[in-house]
Design a protein around this ligand. Structure first.
Ligand SMILES: [Zn+2]
Length: 195
């Protein structure tokens, strides 16, 4: 839906302001791992390995899950502030920069077929899924792509996406769900006014 790993990661929560809603990263690390497998970041073998490790180290796994939601809410605040020319809170920037620092320390470029390729030192770390998000977020937030970030026009939806339509006119995260719901709502409003 989002068009970038970072935005899809933000869309794992229905609500970012405490309103009730689904959270794909809760309640446990197993949800975090499964979401990243669904997003194509982890293959089957990597997911199995991480879930085995999480079962053996439940306290570490819970800490990573907590960091995942903290990173998500920090990034949400940053991503929704920048287009409105609002300064993101220092706390959000500290959270993001801290995780990005971890990610940068967790890998290195190595030579591979006439170019450099980024490799993680140890892919068995439980927080490696967060490193991937940080890479995607750093590219999005500091690049041209930021100009294409939109929030769904449905009042009950906080989903974010990259508007890659030719004329930059995409309004809804999904035309089939939020787009249709809004059309139905407008139709009912017109009917109410007419009667
Ligand atoms: Zn929507």
């Amino acid at each position: 839906v989002g068009g970038s790993l970072c935005l899809d990661f933000l869309n794992t929560a229905d609500s970012h302001d405490g309103a009730p809603g689904l959270d794909a990263l809760a309640p446990g690390y197993v949800n975090v791992g499964s979401w990243f497998a669904h997003a194509g970041v982890l293959d089957e073998a990597a997911l199995k390995m991480l879930l085995r490790r999480a079962a053996k180290e439940p306290r570490d796994a819970a800490a990573v899950r907590k960091r995942a939601t903290q990173l998500r809410e920090a990034l949400y605040e940053i991503v929704t502030s920048l287009p409105e020319d609002r300064e993101p809170s220092p706390e959000s920037l500290v959270t993001f920069n801290g995780e990005l620092h971890h990610a940068n320390a967790a890998g290195a470029y190595v030579a591979e077929s006439r170019r450099l390729e980024w490799r993680w030192h140890d892919e068995r770390q439980l927080d490696r899924v967060l490193w991937e998000v940080c890479g995607s977020a750093a590219m999005l937030l500091s690049g041209e792509g930021m100009q294409k970030v939109r929030q769904c026009a449905s009042p009950s939806c906080q989903k974010l996406f990259l508007d890659t339509s030719k004329n930059g006119s995409r309004q809804y995260c999904s035309p089939a769900t939020c787009g249709t719901a809004s059309r139905v709502r407008r139709f009912r409003e017109r009917q109410r006014i007419a009667t």
